[in-house]
Design a binder for this molecule. Sequence first.
Ligand code: J2J
Length: 532
Amino acid sequence: MLEGCVPWPESAARTYREQGYWNTDVLGTWTAPAPERRSGTALVTAAGDMTHEELDRAADRMASGLLRAGLVPGDRVVVQLPNETSLVVLSLALFRTGVLPVFALPAHRSTEITHLVGTSGAAAYVCPERVLDCDFRLVAREVLDRTESLRHVFVAGDPGPYTALSSVDADPVALRAPDPEDVALFLLSGGTSGPPKLIPRTHADYAYQLRETARLCGVGPDSVYLAALPVEHNFALGCPGVLGTLRAGGTAVLAPAPTADVCFPLIARAGVTITSLVPPLVPLWLDAAEWTEHDLSSLRVVQVGGARLDPETARQVPQALGCTLQQVYGMAEGLLNYTRLDDPESVIVHTQGRPLSPADEVRVVREDGTEAGPGETGELFTRGPYTLRGYYRAQERNLTRFTEDGFYRTGDLVRRTVEGDFEVVGRINDVVNRGGEKVPTLEVEEHLLAAFPLLGAAVLALPDPLMGERTCACVVPKDSAHPPTLRDVQAVFKSRGVAAYKVPDQLVVLERLPMTGVGKVDKRALRAHLDS
Ligand code: J2J
Protein backbone atom coordinates (compact mmCIF):
# COMPACT_ATOMS: atom_id res chain seq x y z
CA MET A 1 0.00 0.00 0.00
CA LEU A 2 1.13 3.59 -0.72
CA GLU A 3 3.65 4.94 1.82
CA GLY A 4 1.89 7.07 4.44
CA CYS A 5 -1.22 4.83 4.51
CA VAL A 6 -2.15 2.28 7.18
CA PRO A 7 -2.93 -1.13 5.68
CA TRP A 8 -5.46 -3.58 7.11
CA PRO A 9 -3.73 -6.30 9.13
CA GLU A 10 -3.08 -9.36 6.95
CA SER A 11 -5.52 -11.52 8.95
CA ALA A 12 -8.39 -9.09 8.28
CA ALA A 13 -7.39 -8.68 4.62
CA ARG A 14 -7.37 -12.46 4.17
CA THR A 15 -10.87 -12.74 5.62
CA TYR A 16 -12.19 -9.97 3.36
CA ARG A 17 -10.68 -11.70 0.32
CA GLU A 18 -11.86 -15.17 1.26
CA GLN A 19 -15.37 -14.01 2.00
CA GLY A 20 -15.57 -12.17 -1.30
CA TYR A 21 -15.78 -8.63 0.01
CA TRP A 22 -12.58 -7.78 -1.83
CA ASN A 23 -11.96 -9.06 -5.33
CA THR A 24 -9.95 -8.01 -8.36
CA ASP A 25 -12.31 -5.18 -9.35
CA VAL A 26 -10.42 -2.04 -10.31
CA LEU A 27 -12.38 1.22 -10.31
CA GLY A 28 -13.12 2.74 -13.65
CA THR A 29 -12.67 -0.37 -15.76
CA TRP A 30 -16.26 -1.52 -15.65
CA THR A 31 -17.47 1.18 -18.00
CA ALA A 32 -16.82 -1.38 -20.67
CA PRO A 33 -20.18 -3.05 -19.98
CA ALA A 34 -21.86 -5.98 -21.67
CA PRO A 35 -22.09 -5.46 -25.45
CA GLU A 36 -25.82 -4.83 -25.36
CA ARG A 37 -25.26 -1.93 -22.92
CA ARG A 38 -22.48 -0.19 -24.79
CA SER A 39 -24.84 1.99 -26.75
CA GLY A 40 -26.86 2.81 -23.61
CA THR A 41 -26.64 6.30 -22.12
CA ALA A 42 -23.95 6.65 -19.45
CA LEU A 43 -24.04 10.39 -18.81
CA VAL A 44 -26.65 13.11 -19.15
CA THR A 45 -25.39 16.68 -18.67
CA ALA A 46 -26.27 20.21 -19.71
CA ALA A 47 -23.66 19.87 -22.47
CA GLY A 48 -25.21 16.71 -23.93
CA ASP A 49 -25.38 12.97 -23.46
CA MET A 50 -22.71 10.27 -23.74
CA THR A 51 -23.03 6.52 -24.23
CA HIS A 52 -21.07 3.98 -22.20
CA GLU A 53 -18.97 3.31 -25.26
CA GLU A 54 -18.14 7.00 -25.72
CA LEU A 55 -17.33 7.42 -22.03
CA ASP A 56 -15.09 4.37 -22.12
CA ARG A 57 -13.17 5.74 -25.10
CA ALA A 58 -12.90 9.27 -23.65
CA ALA A 59 -11.53 7.87 -20.37
CA ASP A 60 -8.95 5.79 -22.24
CA ARG A 61 -7.81 8.77 -24.27
CA MET A 62 -7.51 10.97 -21.20
CA ALA A 63 -5.67 8.22 -19.29
CA SER A 64 -3.08 8.07 -22.05
CA GLY A 65 -2.93 11.88 -22.13
CA LEU A 66 -2.21 12.00 -18.38
CA LEU A 67 0.67 9.57 -18.75
CA ARG A 68 2.01 11.46 -21.74
CA ALA A 69 1.91 14.68 -19.68
CA GLY A 70 4.35 12.98 -17.32
CA LEU A 71 2.12 11.83 -14.48
CA VAL A 72 3.03 8.44 -13.07
CA PRO A 73 1.06 5.87 -11.03
CA GLY A 74 1.01 6.88 -7.36
CA ASP A 75 1.13 10.65 -8.12
CA ARG A 76 -1.62 12.63 -6.44
CA VAL A 77 -3.91 15.04 -8.32
CA VAL A 78 -6.23 17.47 -6.53
CA VAL A 79 -9.49 17.38 -8.49
CA GLN A 80 -12.00 20.19 -8.14
CA LEU A 81 -14.52 20.34 -10.98
CA PRO A 82 -18.25 21.07 -11.10
CA ASN A 83 -20.72 18.31 -11.96
CA GLU A 84 -19.73 18.05 -15.62
CA THR A 85 -18.69 15.34 -18.05
CA SER A 86 -15.01 16.18 -17.62
CA LEU A 87 -15.14 15.29 -13.92
CA VAL A 88 -16.36 11.78 -14.66
CA VAL A 89 -14.01 11.20 -17.60
CA LEU A 90 -11.06 12.44 -15.54
CA SER A 91 -11.94 10.29 -12.53
CA LEU A 92 -12.18 7.14 -14.66
CA ALA A 93 -8.94 8.04 -16.42
CA LEU A 94 -7.12 8.51 -13.11
CA PHE A 95 -8.44 5.21 -11.74
CA ARG A 96 -7.28 3.40 -14.87
CA THR A 97 -3.75 4.79 -14.68
CA GLY A 98 -3.27 4.46 -10.92
CA VAL A 99 -2.77 8.22 -10.57
CA LEU A 100 -4.68 9.17 -7.42
CA PRO A 101 -7.41 11.81 -7.31
CA VAL A 102 -7.74 13.84 -4.12
CA PHE A 103 -11.35 14.98 -4.33
CA ALA A 104 -11.75 18.60 -3.18
CA LEU A 105 -15.19 20.15 -2.82
CA PRO A 106 -16.43 22.81 -5.28
CA ALA A 107 -16.80 25.30 -2.39
CA HIS A 108 -13.11 25.10 -1.47
CA ARG A 109 -10.90 28.10 -2.17
CA SER A 110 -7.16 28.81 -2.01
CA THR A 111 -6.83 28.13 1.72
CA GLU A 112 -8.29 24.64 1.47
CA ILE A 113 -6.64 23.76 -1.86
CA THR A 114 -3.25 24.87 -0.52
CA HIS A 115 -3.74 22.58 2.46
CA LEU A 116 -4.74 19.64 0.24
CA VAL A 117 -1.85 20.11 -2.19
CA GLY A 118 0.53 20.53 0.74
CA THR A 119 -0.55 17.41 2.64
CA SER A 120 -0.90 15.18 -0.39
CA GLY A 121 2.23 16.45 -2.15
CA ALA A 122 0.07 16.66 -5.28
CA ALA A 123 1.73 16.80 -8.68
CA ALA A 124 -1.31 18.40 -10.33
CA TYR A 125 -4.38 20.51 -9.62
CA VAL A 126 -7.42 20.32 -11.90
CA CYS A 127 -9.93 23.17 -11.67
CA PRO A 128 -12.60 24.90 -13.70
CA GLU A 129 -11.88 28.22 -15.38
CA ARG A 130 -14.40 30.03 -13.23
CA VAL A 131 -17.54 29.38 -11.18
CA LEU A 132 -19.76 32.33 -10.26
CA ASP A 133 -17.44 35.07 -8.98
CA CYS A 134 -14.40 32.85 -8.48
CA ASP A 135 -11.63 32.70 -11.10
CA PHE A 136 -9.92 29.41 -10.28
CA ARG A 137 -6.82 30.34 -12.26
CA LEU A 138 -6.18 32.92 -9.54
CA VAL A 139 -6.71 30.22 -6.91
CA ALA A 140 -4.15 28.10 -8.78
CA ARG A 141 -1.68 31.03 -8.78
CA GLU A 142 -1.94 31.36 -4.99
CA VAL A 143 -1.59 27.64 -4.47
CA LEU A 144 1.50 27.51 -6.72
CA ASP A 145 3.06 30.35 -4.73
CA ARG A 146 2.46 28.59 -1.42
CA THR A 147 3.30 24.97 -2.23
CA GLU A 148 6.19 23.14 -3.87
CA SER A 149 4.99 19.89 -5.37
CA LEU A 150 2.69 21.03 -8.21
CA ARG A 151 4.03 20.31 -11.69
CA HIS A 152 0.77 20.89 -13.60
CA VAL A 153 -2.41 22.92 -13.44
CA PHE A 154 -5.12 21.66 -15.77
CA VAL A 155 -8.10 23.94 -16.39
CA ALA A 156 -11.52 22.93 -17.72
CA GLY A 157 -12.25 25.88 -20.05
CA ASP A 158 -9.94 28.76 -20.95
CA PRO A 159 -6.65 27.79 -19.29
CA GLY A 160 -5.02 31.24 -19.13
CA PRO A 161 -1.34 30.55 -18.39
CA TYR A 162 -1.99 26.86 -17.61
CA THR A 163 -2.87 23.74 -19.61
CA ALA A 164 -6.35 23.08 -21.01
CA LEU A 165 -7.81 19.86 -19.61
CA SER A 166 -9.21 19.18 -23.08
CA SER A 167 -5.64 18.93 -24.41
CA VAL A 168 -4.94 16.00 -22.08
CA ASP A 169 -5.74 13.56 -24.83
CA ALA A 170 -3.77 10.93 -26.67
CA ASP A 171 -4.32 7.77 -28.70
CA PRO A 172 -4.95 4.99 -26.22
CA VAL A 173 -1.89 3.08 -25.06
CA ALA A 174 -1.88 -0.18 -23.14
CA LEU A 175 -2.35 0.58 -19.44
CA ARG A 176 -0.93 -1.44 -16.58
CA ALA A 177 -3.84 -2.22 -14.27
CA PRO A 178 -3.38 -0.93 -10.71
CA ASP A 179 -3.21 -3.38 -7.79
CA PRO A 180 -6.81 -3.74 -6.53
CA GLU A 181 -5.63 -3.52 -2.93
CA ASP A 182 -3.75 -0.30 -3.40
CA VAL A 183 -5.15 3.21 -2.96
CA ALA A 184 -7.45 4.40 -5.75
CA LEU A 185 -8.59 7.78 -4.44
CA PHE A 186 -8.54 10.14 -1.50
CA LEU A 187 -11.68 11.55 0.09
CA LEU A 188 -11.77 14.33 2.68
CA SER A 189 -12.81 13.90 6.27
CA GLY A 190 -15.87 15.91 7.27
CA GLY A 191 -16.30 14.77 10.80
CA THR A 192 -13.19 15.96 12.64
CA SER A 193 -12.33 19.31 14.12
CA GLY A 194 -9.20 20.57 12.26
CA PRO A 195 -8.62 21.07 8.54
CA PRO A 196 -9.76 18.10 6.42
CA LYS A 197 -7.67 14.96 6.60
CA LEU A 198 -7.09 12.66 3.66
CA ILE A 199 -8.87 9.33 3.58
CA PRO A 200 -7.22 6.69 1.40
CA ARG A 201 -9.72 4.37 -0.25
CA THR A 202 -8.53 1.31 -2.16
CA HIS A 203 -9.95 -0.09 -5.40
CA ALA A 204 -11.08 -3.24 -3.59
CA ASP A 205 -12.74 -1.46 -0.68
CA TYR A 206 -14.48 1.18 -2.77
CA ALA A 207 -15.58 -1.29 -5.44
CA TYR A 208 -17.16 -3.39 -2.70
CA GLN A 209 -19.02 -0.32 -1.41
CA LEU A 210 -20.29 0.37 -4.95
CA ARG A 211 -21.45 -3.21 -5.59
CA GLU A 212 -23.11 -3.67 -2.25
CA THR A 213 -24.87 -0.29 -2.22
CA ALA A 214 -26.15 -0.78 -5.76
CA ARG A 215 -27.59 -4.14 -4.68
CA LEU A 216 -29.19 -2.68 -1.57
CA CYS A 217 -30.77 0.17 -3.58
CA GLY A 218 -31.82 -2.06 -6.49
CA VAL A 219 -29.63 -0.11 -8.92
CA GLY A 220 -29.02 -1.85 -12.26
CA PRO A 221 -28.83 -1.14 -16.01
CA ASP A 222 -32.25 0.54 -16.03
CA SER A 223 -31.46 2.89 -13.17
CA VAL A 224 -30.94 6.60 -13.67
CA TYR A 225 -29.10 8.35 -10.83
CA LEU A 226 -29.28 12.12 -10.47
CA ALA A 227 -26.17 13.71 -8.94
CA ALA A 228 -27.68 16.82 -7.37
CA LEU A 229 -24.87 17.12 -4.79
CA PRO A 230 -21.20 17.56 -5.75
CA VAL A 231 -19.84 14.34 -7.24
CA GLU A 232 -16.55 14.76 -5.34
CA HIS A 233 -18.39 13.94 -2.10
CA ASN A 234 -18.69 10.28 -1.09
CA PHE A 235 -22.51 10.44 -1.07
CA ALA A 236 -22.93 11.40 -4.76
CA LEU A 237 -19.76 9.58 -5.82
CA GLY A 238 -20.29 6.14 -4.43
CA CYS A 239 -23.48 5.46 -2.43
CA PRO A 240 -24.20 4.17 -5.15
CA GLY A 241 -23.83 7.61 -6.71
CA VAL A 242 -22.32 8.18 -10.11
CA LEU A 243 -19.70 5.43 -9.88
CA GLY A 244 -22.02 2.76 -8.50
CA THR A 245 -24.63 3.50 -11.16
CA LEU A 246 -22.15 3.48 -14.05
CA ARG A 247 -20.64 0.28 -12.72
CA ALA A 248 -24.09 -1.31 -12.78
CA GLY A 249 -24.54 -0.23 -16.43
CA GLY A 250 -27.02 2.54 -15.56
CA THR A 251 -27.16 6.25 -16.37
CA ALA A 252 -25.79 9.15 -14.30
CA VAL A 253 -27.34 12.59 -14.68
CA LEU A 254 -25.16 15.49 -13.55
CA ALA A 255 -26.99 18.53 -12.16
CA PRO A 256 -25.08 21.82 -11.94
CA ALA A 257 -27.02 22.76 -8.78
CA PRO A 258 -29.21 20.85 -6.31
CA THR A 259 -32.20 23.18 -6.47
CA ALA A 260 -35.63 21.99 -7.60
CA ASP A 261 -35.72 24.41 -10.55
CA VAL A 262 -32.57 22.79 -11.95
CA CYS A 263 -33.25 19.19 -10.91
CA PHE A 264 -36.97 18.72 -11.65
CA PRO A 265 -36.63 19.27 -15.43
CA LEU A 266 -33.69 16.83 -15.44
CA ILE A 267 -35.72 14.22 -13.56
CA ALA A 268 -38.49 14.52 -16.14
CA ARG A 269 -36.19 14.55 -19.17
CA ALA A 270 -33.92 11.66 -18.15
CA GLY A 271 -36.46 9.54 -16.22
CA VAL A 272 -34.42 9.72 -13.01
CA THR A 273 -35.10 6.80 -10.67
CA ILE A 274 -32.85 7.62 -7.71
CA THR A 275 -31.14 10.66 -6.22
CA SER A 276 -29.54 11.83 -2.99
CA LEU A 277 -30.03 15.02 -0.98
CA VAL A 278 -28.89 16.69 2.22
CA PRO A 279 -31.65 17.59 4.72
CA PRO A 280 -31.91 21.38 4.08
CA LEU A 281 -32.85 20.69 0.46
CA VAL A 282 -35.73 18.39 1.33
CA PRO A 283 -38.33 20.99 2.44
CA LEU A 284 -37.47 23.06 -0.64
CA TRP A 285 -38.03 20.06 -2.93
CA LEU A 286 -41.29 19.19 -1.12
CA ASP A 287 -42.61 22.73 -1.59
CA ALA A 288 -41.59 22.84 -5.23
CA ALA A 289 -43.17 19.42 -5.89
CA GLU A 290 -46.58 20.79 -4.94
CA TRP A 291 -46.62 23.20 -7.85
CA THR A 292 -44.32 21.67 -10.41
CA GLU A 293 -45.38 20.97 -13.98
CA HIS A 294 -42.55 18.49 -14.40
CA ASP A 295 -43.28 14.79 -14.31
CA LEU A 296 -41.48 13.27 -11.32
CA SER A 297 -43.20 9.89 -11.56
CA SER A 298 -40.01 8.03 -12.55
CA LEU A 299 -38.51 8.61 -9.07
CA ARG A 300 -38.27 5.42 -7.00
CA VAL A 301 -35.85 6.33 -4.21
CA VAL A 302 -34.72 9.57 -2.61
CA GLN A 303 -31.75 9.13 -0.29
CA VAL A 304 -31.25 11.73 2.43
CA GLY A 305 -28.11 11.93 4.55
CA GLY A 306 -25.15 13.96 5.71
CA ALA A 307 -27.00 15.44 8.68
CA ARG A 308 -30.02 14.56 10.78
CA LEU A 309 -33.36 14.67 8.93
CA ASP A 310 -36.26 15.63 11.14
CA PRO A 311 -38.99 12.96 11.30
CA GLU A 312 -41.82 15.31 10.32
CA THR A 313 -40.12 16.19 7.04
CA ALA A 314 -39.13 12.55 6.55
CA ARG A 315 -42.76 11.47 6.84
CA GLN A 316 -43.83 13.78 4.01
CA VAL A 317 -41.28 12.60 1.43
CA PRO A 318 -42.99 9.47 0.04
CA GLN A 319 -46.28 11.16 -0.72
CA ALA A 320 -44.91 14.48 -1.94
CA LEU A 321 -42.31 12.95 -4.26
CA GLY A 322 -44.06 9.65 -4.98
CA CYS A 323 -41.12 7.48 -3.95
CA THR A 324 -39.42 5.66 -1.10
CA LEU A 325 -37.27 7.61 1.34
CA GLN A 326 -33.93 6.09 2.30
CA GLN A 327 -32.03 7.63 5.19
CA VAL A 328 -28.27 7.36 4.83
CA TYR A 329 -25.87 7.85 7.71
CA GLY A 330 -22.48 7.75 6.09
CA MET A 331 -18.95 8.98 6.38
CA ALA A 332 -16.15 9.32 3.89
CA GLU A 333 -14.01 7.22 6.25
CA GLY A 334 -16.09 4.19 5.32
CA LEU A 335 -19.04 2.83 7.27
CA LEU A 336 -22.39 3.42 5.59
CA ASN A 337 -25.75 2.89 7.25
CA TYR A 338 -28.96 2.73 5.25
CA THR A 339 -32.60 2.23 5.99
CA ARG A 340 -33.74 -0.59 3.70
CA LEU A 341 -36.28 0.12 0.98
CA ASP A 342 -38.77 -2.35 2.53
CA ASP A 343 -38.31 -1.22 6.15
CA PRO A 344 -41.48 -0.27 8.04
CA GLU A 345 -42.34 3.44 7.95
CA SER A 346 -41.36 3.93 11.60
CA VAL A 347 -37.79 2.78 10.88
CA ILE A 348 -37.46 4.90 7.73
CA VAL A 349 -38.81 8.01 9.45
CA HIS A 350 -37.12 7.75 12.83
CA THR A 351 -33.75 6.08 12.26
CA GLN A 352 -30.67 6.58 10.13
CA GLY A 353 -30.48 2.92 9.23
CA ARG A 354 -28.06 0.07 9.85
CA PRO A 355 -24.70 -1.01 8.42
CA LEU A 356 -24.38 -1.88 4.75
CA SER A 357 -22.24 -4.97 5.20
CA PRO A 358 -22.48 -8.07 7.38
CA ALA A 359 -18.73 -7.58 7.90
CA ASP A 360 -19.14 -4.08 9.38
CA GLU A 361 -18.27 -4.25 13.07
CA VAL A 362 -19.93 -1.55 15.15
CA ARG A 363 -19.67 -0.77 18.84
CA VAL A 364 -21.55 1.87 20.83
CA VAL A 365 -19.24 2.90 23.64
CA ARG A 366 -20.09 4.83 26.81
CA GLU A 367 -17.81 7.57 28.16
CA ASP A 368 -16.23 5.10 30.60
CA GLY A 369 -15.30 2.77 27.74
CA THR A 370 -17.97 0.14 28.42
CA GLU A 371 -20.46 -1.09 25.86
CA ALA A 372 -23.81 0.78 25.76
CA GLY A 373 -27.02 -1.27 25.65
CA PRO A 374 -29.96 -0.79 23.24
CA GLY A 375 -31.45 2.69 23.52
CA GLU A 376 -28.43 4.02 25.39
CA THR A 377 -26.25 6.77 23.96
CA GLY A 378 -22.56 6.25 23.24
CA GLU A 379 -19.86 6.98 20.68
CA LEU A 380 -19.88 4.82 17.57
CA PHE A 381 -16.67 2.86 16.88
CA THR A 382 -16.38 0.86 13.68
CA ARG A 383 -14.10 -1.25 11.50
CA GLY A 384 -14.79 -3.29 8.39
CA PRO A 385 -13.93 -4.10 4.79
CA TYR A 386 -14.41 -0.54 3.52
CA THR A 387 -13.48 1.51 6.60
CA LEU A 388 -10.01 3.05 6.76
CA ARG A 389 -7.41 2.02 9.32
CA GLY A 390 -5.66 5.40 9.33
CA TYR A 391 -5.65 8.84 7.70
CA TYR A 392 -2.93 9.59 5.14
CA ARG A 393 0.34 10.89 6.60
CA ALA A 394 -1.27 11.46 10.00
CA GLN A 395 0.60 9.12 12.31
CA GLU A 396 0.07 11.18 15.42
CA ARG A 397 -3.56 11.97 14.75
CA ASN A 398 -4.24 8.31 14.03
CA LEU A 399 -3.26 7.41 17.59
CA THR A 400 -6.28 9.27 18.94
CA ARG A 401 -8.77 8.59 16.14
CA PHE A 402 -8.38 4.79 16.14
CA THR A 403 -8.37 2.19 18.91
CA GLU A 404 -5.42 -0.15 19.22
CA ASP A 405 -7.42 -2.91 17.58
CA GLY A 406 -8.22 -0.76 14.55
CA PHE A 407 -11.69 0.63 15.27
CA TYR A 408 -12.30 4.13 13.87
CA ARG A 409 -13.71 6.45 16.54
CA THR A 410 -16.41 8.28 14.59
CA GLY A 411 -16.99 11.07 17.14
CA ASP A 412 -20.72 10.53 16.57
CA LEU A 413 -23.05 9.99 19.49
CA VAL A 414 -25.61 7.38 18.56
CA ARG A 415 -28.28 5.13 20.02
CA ARG A 416 -29.06 1.70 18.67
CA THR A 417 -32.58 0.32 18.71
CA VAL A 418 -33.28 -3.27 19.71
CA GLU A 419 -33.58 -4.06 15.98
CA GLY A 420 -30.09 -2.67 15.38
CA ASP A 421 -30.94 0.63 13.67
CA PHE A 422 -28.97 3.75 14.55
CA GLU A 423 -30.26 7.12 15.61
CA VAL A 424 -27.63 9.84 15.42
CA VAL A 425 -28.06 12.12 18.43
CA GLY A 426 -25.00 14.39 18.30
CA ARG A 427 -21.23 14.64 18.11
CA ILE A 428 -18.42 14.66 20.59
CA ASN A 429 -16.05 16.39 18.20
CA ASP A 430 -16.16 20.07 17.56
CA VAL A 431 -17.79 20.28 14.17
CA VAL A 432 -20.80 22.29 13.07
CA ASN A 433 -22.93 20.15 10.77
CA ARG A 434 -24.45 22.89 8.67
CA GLY A 435 -27.05 20.85 6.80
CA GLY A 436 -24.46 18.26 5.75
CA GLU A 437 -21.56 20.67 5.24
CA LYS A 438 -19.07 20.12 8.03
CA VAL A 439 -17.51 23.27 9.50
CA PRO A 440 -14.43 22.56 11.63
CA THR A 441 -14.70 24.96 14.56
CA LEU A 442 -10.97 24.99 15.28
CA GLU A 443 -10.20 26.17 11.77
CA VAL A 444 -12.76 28.99 11.95
CA GLU A 445 -11.38 30.09 15.33
CA GLU A 446 -7.88 30.20 13.88
CA HIS A 447 -9.02 32.41 11.00
CA LEU A 448 -10.77 34.80 13.40
CA LEU A 449 -7.75 35.06 15.68
CA ALA A 450 -5.40 35.63 12.76
CA ALA A 451 -7.55 38.28 11.10
CA PHE A 452 -8.75 40.45 13.99
CA PRO A 453 -7.21 41.85 17.19
CA LEU A 454 -8.97 39.48 19.60
CA LEU A 455 -8.34 38.21 23.10
CA GLY A 456 -10.30 35.05 22.34
CA ALA A 457 -12.61 33.31 19.87
CA ALA A 458 -14.88 30.30 20.26
CA VAL A 459 -17.07 28.82 17.57
CA LEU A 460 -20.03 26.58 18.28
CA ALA A 461 -23.10 25.11 16.68
CA LEU A 462 -26.52 26.56 17.44
CA PRO A 463 -29.80 24.90 16.42
CA ASP A 464 -31.22 26.25 13.17
CA PRO A 465 -34.65 25.51 11.72
CA LEU A 466 -33.45 25.07 8.13
CA MET A 467 -29.82 23.96 8.37
CA GLY A 468 -30.16 21.85 11.52
CA GLU A 469 -27.15 23.70 12.92
CA ARG A 470 -25.66 27.10 12.21
CA THR A 471 -22.21 28.48 13.03
CA CYS A 472 -22.00 30.97 15.86
CA ALA A 473 -18.70 32.76 16.50
CA CYS A 474 -18.15 34.33 19.93
CA VAL A 475 -15.31 36.82 20.02
CA VAL A 476 -13.65 38.95 22.69
CA PRO A 477 -12.11 42.05 21.02
CA LYS A 478 -8.94 43.60 22.43
CA ASP A 479 -10.52 46.99 21.93
CA SER A 480 -14.10 46.67 23.14
CA ALA A 481 -14.94 50.04 21.57
CA HIS A 482 -14.29 48.62 18.07
CA PRO A 483 -15.56 45.06 17.83
CA PRO A 484 -15.65 43.40 14.38
CA THR A 485 -19.05 43.07 12.72
CA LEU A 486 -20.42 40.02 10.91
CA ARG A 487 -19.89 41.90 7.66
CA ASP A 488 -16.19 42.42 8.53
CA VAL A 489 -15.89 38.70 9.23
CA GLN A 490 -17.53 37.78 5.92
CA ALA A 491 -15.21 40.11 4.00
CA VAL A 492 -12.09 38.82 5.74
CA PHE A 493 -12.95 35.14 5.19
CA LYS A 494 -13.50 35.83 1.52
CA SER A 495 -10.22 37.72 1.14
CA ARG A 496 -8.36 34.92 2.94
CA GLY A 497 -9.68 32.46 0.35
CA VAL A 498 -11.79 30.37 2.70
CA ALA A 499 -14.80 28.36 1.51
CA ALA A 500 -18.01 30.37 1.95
CA TYR A 501 -19.77 27.68 4.00
CA LYS A 502 -17.21 28.20 6.78
CA VAL A 503 -18.14 31.87 7.29
CA PRO A 504 -19.93 32.21 10.65
CA ASP A 505 -23.67 32.75 10.37
CA GLN A 506 -23.79 34.71 13.58
CA LEU A 507 -21.33 36.81 15.57
CA VAL A 508 -21.58 37.42 19.31
CA VAL A 509 -19.25 39.93 20.95
CA LEU A 510 -18.43 39.14 24.59
CA GLU A 511 -16.29 40.64 27.34
CA ARG A 512 -14.77 37.29 28.21
CA LEU A 513 -15.10 33.58 27.42
CA PRO A 514 -15.95 31.09 30.17
CA MET A 515 -12.99 28.79 30.88
CA THR A 516 -12.69 25.28 32.26
CA GLY A 517 -10.29 24.47 35.10
CA VAL A 518 -7.62 23.43 32.59
CA GLY A 519 -7.70 26.69 30.67
CA LYS A 520 -9.82 25.58 27.71
CA VAL A 521 -12.88 27.49 26.59
CA ASP A 522 -15.86 25.94 28.34
CA LYS A 523 -18.19 25.57 25.38
CA ARG A 524 -20.90 24.01 27.49
CA ALA A 525 -21.02 27.10 29.73
CA LEU A 526 -20.83 29.33 26.68
CA ARG A 527 -23.79 27.56 25.12
CA ALA A 528 -25.75 27.90 28.37
CA HIS A 529 -24.90 31.61 28.43
CA LEU A 530 -26.18 32.06 24.86
CA ASP A 531 -29.38 30.16 25.66
CA SER A 532 -30.10 32.35 28.67
C1 J2J B 1 -26.90 12.59 11.08
N1 J2J B 1 -25.58 12.84 10.86
C2 J2J B 1 -25.05 12.36 9.73
C3 J2J B 1 -27.19 11.40 9.04
C4 J2J B 1 -23.77 11.78 8.07
C5 J2J B 1 -23.43 9.30 2.61
C6 J2J B 1 -24.11 10.17 3.41
C7 J2J B 1 -23.45 11.12 4.17
C8 J2J B 1 -22.06 11.18 4.14
C9 J2J B 1 -21.35 12.22 4.95
C10 J2J B 1 -21.36 10.29 3.35
C11 J2J B 1 -25.80 11.63 8.77
N2 J2J B 1 -27.68 11.90 10.21
N3 J2J B 1 -28.00 10.74 8.20
O1 J2J B 1 -20.01 10.27 3.28
O2 J2J B 1 -21.35 8.51 1.82
C12 J2J B 1 -22.66 13.11 9.90
C13 J2J B 1 -21.97 12.24 10.97
C14 J2J B 1 -20.81 11.62 10.20
C15 J2J B 1 -20.41 12.76 9.30
C16 J2J B 1 -19.65 12.31 8.06
C17 J2J B 1 -22.06 9.35 2.58
N4 J2J B 1 -24.98 11.29 7.76
N5 J2J B 1 -23.79 12.42 9.24
O3 J2J B 1 -21.99 13.11 5.50
O4 J2J B 1 -17.71 12.42 5.70
O5 J2J B 1 -21.49 13.10 11.97
O6 J2J B 1 -20.01 12.08 5.05
O7 J2J B 1 -19.75 11.19 11.02
O8 J2J B 1 -19.09 14.44 5.01
O9 J2J B 1 -21.66 13.37 8.93
O10 J2J B 1 -19.49 13.37 7.18
P1 J2J B 1 -18.98 13.12 5.68
